[in-house]
Every structure is written in structure tokens, then in C-alpha cells.
Design a protein around this ligand. Structure first.
Ligand code: SF4
Length: 339
């Protein structure tokens, strides 16, 4: 964790306004982000094309966790449009998991038996440069309320589906009113048992865990699981800790999944610190994913043998309940491949 004294211009979360206003005021210009961190863009080798294809987007609450004056800050490197994105070795593509082939209806991805993914929104609060959906066809997967009925019928007609996963984009960038409505529709399907929400939003805007969210999520008959996405221990600041406490007080045990990223968290020390800081905050480890080979992200890849070596050492250092499962998603497979 960065000592608070090294963190740039901290603001009290109450000064930032609602999570929606924090979304609107997120930083969208690499120059502005760099100025804030007292870095010179001309020293950083940025790619204008990468920013055009997948624009920089960083909420202020997340930028405040970055270290001023450090061009290698692990949080900054996750969001900065670096020139390495312009190199695309063979094997990298826009749809590395071939999800388009599992997208029978707008807004619905059905890859695994027993569970379906609903693309609740294409929007995110942050643009992570390694994201495997950075080129996903969100335009074709943005159903209105009427269109959702088709997805709901699809689930109703398949009694083996017991779990729905809200995904995106980031599903929590959708308004609570919409999420509450969709959840109510799903609750009427008798064979559905669980709702899972995969989100990075509370990590980058902790104020997202508010009363409006807790009110619909806690009154649902579906057992709800929140899976956060945290890659580095510096992402676990005081505000996230408070947000996690609210989830736990509401009866929700948050899990965490991370992506193994070169230059960011590819060391046993960093991953150990991440699991320990997460556990102290009340978050349990879930998955540590190897990178999906999406175009523009090759500079983040950690070779599989190195990934396995790091994970083996992590296993030796930590009790079993603090070791995330090392996994890889392979197109066409019925489940994640554990390494
Ligand atoms: S928040 Fe999630 S979906 Fe959005 S860019 Fe980051 S990794 Fe991708």
C-alpha cells in the first residue's frame, strides 16, 4: 500500500458528490491525468490511436490512489494508453474468447451450462487497457426494456439455468432503478437461484455501494454474490474498505478476481499483499486470471510458466483460503481452465 503522504491530493469522498456525478467528472484526457500526477506526457510514450480506439477513462477517486510523480505507478499503468498498444503480435484479436459465437440474443451470452451472462450495459467507470471486452460489440448488445423480455424468456425456457451473472461493461454503471426492475423479472423464474454481479465500479468509485443499491439487492429472493475486480493492493483504499463493510453488513460476502498483469502485479510479493489487504478488508480471493489475448494488451502478458511459478510460491506463503485459483479462459471450453 502507498503511505497516504505519497498519494496525490486526497479528497473527502463526501466532496465528490454522487457516484453518478463522479462518473460524469471522470478524467478523460491523458494530459489532464498526467498533469494531476505531475508527469510529463512527452516523457511517457503515449499512443493517440490507442486513446482514440479505447479512450482513457479514470474516476478521480481511483486517480487519487496513484502515486504522484511515478510513471510506473501500477494503477496508472492499468489505464494509460501506452504506445505498446500499437504492436499486435499474432494470436491477439478483438474477441479473444469468441463470445460473439455465444451471444444468441442481444444482451445475453450463454457460454457455460447452468448460467448465463447478461450484458446489462456497455458502459464502464474506468477503461482498463487489458480488458478482453475492449472491442466487444456493445452497440448490438444494448437491449431496451422490451428487448430484455426476449432474454428473460430464454432463461425461463431453460430450467437448467440456475444462475444469472450481471456483466458488461460494468453492470453497476446502470441505474439502480433498471437493475431493480431486471432483478424483479428474474425473481419470477422459479428455477433461478442465484444472481452474481461482476463489477469493478465499487473499487474505482466506492460511493457506488449506497442505500439505493443495497435496498434492491438485499430484498431479492436470489442469493447474491458480488465479485469485485482488484489487481493491486494499492487499489484497496479506506473508501473501498468502508464500501466492503456495507456489503458485508448487508449479508453479502465479496469475492475478488484479478488479472495477472506484467509490470503491475506479476510478483509473489504484490500478490501476497493483495490477498492479505483484501482479507483484512473482508474480501475473499476467487480467481487470478491469465491475460486474455485481446488486441492492444500484449505488453501485459505474463508467460504461463512464470504465472504458474508465481502462483506456486504464493500457495507456499499463504493459507489455502487466501490463494486465488489460477485460471485461463479458453474459447469453447465448458468451464475455466485451472492451471
Ligand atoms: S471495468 Fe471491467 S469491463 Fe470495464 S474496462 Fe475494466 S475490466 Fe473491462
Amino acid at each position: 500500500m502507498i503511505p497516504q503522504s505519497q498519494v496525490s491530493c486526497q479528497t473527502d469522498s463526501s466532496d465528490r458528490g454522487t457516484w453518478q456525478s463522479q462518473l460524469i467528472s471522470a478524467i478523460r484526457d491523458p494530459e489532464v491525468l498526467c498533469q494531476r500526477l505531475r508527469l510529463n506526457t512527452s516523457d511517457l510514450s503515449l499512443s493517440a490511436q490507442a486513446h482514440k480506439d479505447f479512450p482513457l477513462l479514470v474516476p478521480i477517486a481511483f486517480a487519487e490512489l496513484m502515486e504522484t510523480g511515478n510513471p510506473d505507478d501500477p494503477l496508472l499503468l492499468q489505464v494509460l494508453n501506452r504506445s505498446e498498444e500499437d504492436t499486435n503480435p499474432p494470436g491477439y484479436s478483438d474477441d479473444p474468447l469468441q463470445e460473439q459465437g455465444f451471444n444468441p440474443l442481444p444482451g445475453l451470452v450463454h457460454k457455460y451450462p447452468g448460467r448465463v451472462l447478461l450484458i446489462v450495459t456497455g458502459k464502464c467507470a474506468i477503461n482498463c487497457r487489458y480488458c478482453f471486452r475492449r472491442s466487444f460489440a456493445y452497440g448490438d448488445n444494448n437491449p431496451g426494456r422490451q428487448d430484455w423480455q426476449a432474454a428473460i424468456s430464454y432463461i425461463r425456457e431453460r430450467s437448467n439455468i440456475t444462475e444469472v451473472i450481471y456483466s458488461g461493461g460494468d453492470p453497476l454503471s446502470a441505474p439502480d432503478k433498471h437493475l431493480a426492475w431486471l432483478t424483479e423479472q428474474l425473481e419470477e423464474i422459479p428455477h433461478l437461484k442465484r444472481l452474481r454481479i461482476h463489477t469493478r465500479l465499487p473499487v474505482v468509485i466506492p460511493d457506488r455501494i449506497n442505500d439505493d443499491f443495497l435496498s434492491w439487492v438485499t430484498k431479492s429472493r436470489l442469493r447474491t454474490q458480488v465479485v469485485l475486480h482488484i489487481n493491486h493492493p494499492n487499489e484497496i483504499g479506506e473508501e473501498l474498505i468502508k464500501a466492503v463493510k456495507k456489503l458485508i453488513n448487508a449479508g453479502i460476502q465479496p469475492l475478488n478476481q484479478s488479472v495477472l498483469l506484467r509490470g503491475i502485479n506479476d510478483s509473489v510479493e504484490t500478490l501476497q499483499a493483495l490477498q492479505e489487504a483484501g482479507f483484512d478488508a473482508g474480501i475473499m480471493p476467487y480467481y487470478l486470471f491469465c491475460l486474455d489475448r485481446v488486441r492492444g494488451a500484449s505488453h501485459f502478458e505474463v508467460p504461463l510458466n512464470k504465472a504458474h511459478k508465481i502462483w506456486t510460491e504464493l500457495q507456499q506463503r499463504l493459507p489455502g483460503y487466501l490463494v486465488p485459483r489460477l485460471a485461463l479462459e479458453e474459447p469453447g471450453e465448458n468451464s475455466k481452465t485451472l492451471l
